[in-house]
Design a protein around this ligand. Structure first.
Ligand code: UFG
Length: 326
């Protein structure tokens, strides 16, 4: 049985779908604070909280867990700047509780959801995994702290692990079964698409004076199903005892500015999508673009979505479907 914490969330739910497709038995553990029961495709589901060690003890004593994929975390950069306590409690303490439960139960395999936010403002683009880590916000600091803690636990307790550093997850399941569903939404692509639907009056472009080609921040958008496949590949290799690096970047290796994202969304939706320039958002790096070579080489991972337009198409289909329901 594979335990997926945060399996009712955006990236977790897509990974559960991929795990089930690959034939794994999956148990989802989620407190449903931001996740949705409707996104849980696994038959086994426990509503529990990482901050409540008894919830974890219950799962590890009842089920034979082979490996843990740990997605459950608070994930908003701006919120982490305003409310760091929530981030240190949920992401640091929550992960420490999970690690204790794993050590106690003798569970030896872990895939950890890390982030491009560990790098901070990059000294070079694209960013390789050995780039200095200098996170710019509490969210990024929690992810970098936990990578180091996990590596210490691995040394001491014989844990085998891999940290996957996501760049900007985007898009939704092309079959429309699950998709990106945050309340409130803070991520760029769904926000732009909400403007296209008339749910918001306009897009605010946070910062137009960055040292980037058009002044707006640049990000590397990676389709959530490509992220999901990378998890399954990493898990297979961990379970088969293959040597892996401690961390892998997951991105397409190409950046798009906020203005370019807006243009692609206008093309895909055929709608006007009003936008206004706004001040920078605190904690935002100017550019994040991955060097994904290591994941390609070691995991045999090749993203299927290598351009933004088809990624936005899957996001738009999901959003249209959700808006017809509500
Ligand atoms: N942005 C806008 N207007 C909006 C929303 C976002 O201009 O209404 C801009 C942001 O300022 C940023 C870019 O769009 O420059 C992307 O913002 P997102 O909030 O979509 O994503 P982030 O890059 O801030 O964060 C994401 C994940 C984090 C992860 C980070 C690392 O949410 O979990 O990528 O790359 F850490």
């Amino acid at each position: 049985m594979i335990l997926v914490t945060g399996g009712a969330g955006y990236i977790g739910s897509h990974t559960v779908k991929e795990l089930l497709r690959a034939g794994y038995e999956v148990m989802v553990f989620d407190n449903l604070s931001t996740g949705h029961r409707e996104l849980v495709l696994a038959r086994e589901f426990v509503q529990g909280d990482l901050l409540n060690p008894q919830d974890l003890a219950r799962v590890f004593s009842r089920y034979q867990i082979e490996a843990v994929l740990h997605f459950a975390a608070a994930t908003s950069v701006p919120e982490s700047v305003e409310n760091p306590e929530k981030y240190y409690r949920t992401n640091v303490l929550g992960t420490l509780n999970l690690l204790s439960a794993m050590v106690k139960a003798g569970v030896k395999h872990l895939v950890f959801s890390s982030s491009a936010a560990v790098y901070g403002d990059p000294q070079k683009i694209p960013i390789p995994e050995d780039h200095p880590k200098n996170p710019k916000n509490p969210y990024g600091r929690t992810k970098w702290m936990m990578e180091q803690v996990i590596s210490d636990y691995a040394q001491a307790y014989g844990l085998r692990f891999v940290c996957l550093r996501y760049f900007n997850a985007a898009g939704s399941d092309p079959e429309g079964e699950i998709g990106e569903w945050h309340e409130p939404e803070t991520h760029l692509i769904p926000i732009v698409l909400e403007v296209a639907l008339g749910k918001r009056p306009y897009l605010e472009i946070f910062g137009t004076d960055y040292e980037t080609p058009d002044g707006a921040p640049v990000r590397d958008y990676i389709h959530v199903c490509d992220l999901a496949r990378a998890h399954v590949l990493a898990l297979e290799r961990l379970l088969s005892g293959e040597e892996l690096a401690s961390a892998y970047n997951l991105g397409i290796g190409r950046g798009y500015s906020v203005r370019e994202v807006l243009e692609v969304c206008r093309r895909v939706t055929g709608r006007e999508i009003p936008a206004r320039e706004a001040p920078r958002r605190p904690g935002d790096p100017a550019i994040l673009v991955a060097d994904p070579t290591r994941a390609q080489k070691d995991l045999g991972w090749r993203p299927k979505y290598t351009a933004l337009e088809p990624i936005v198409e899957t996001a738009w289909s999901w959003m249209l479907k959700m808006s017809q329901k509500s």
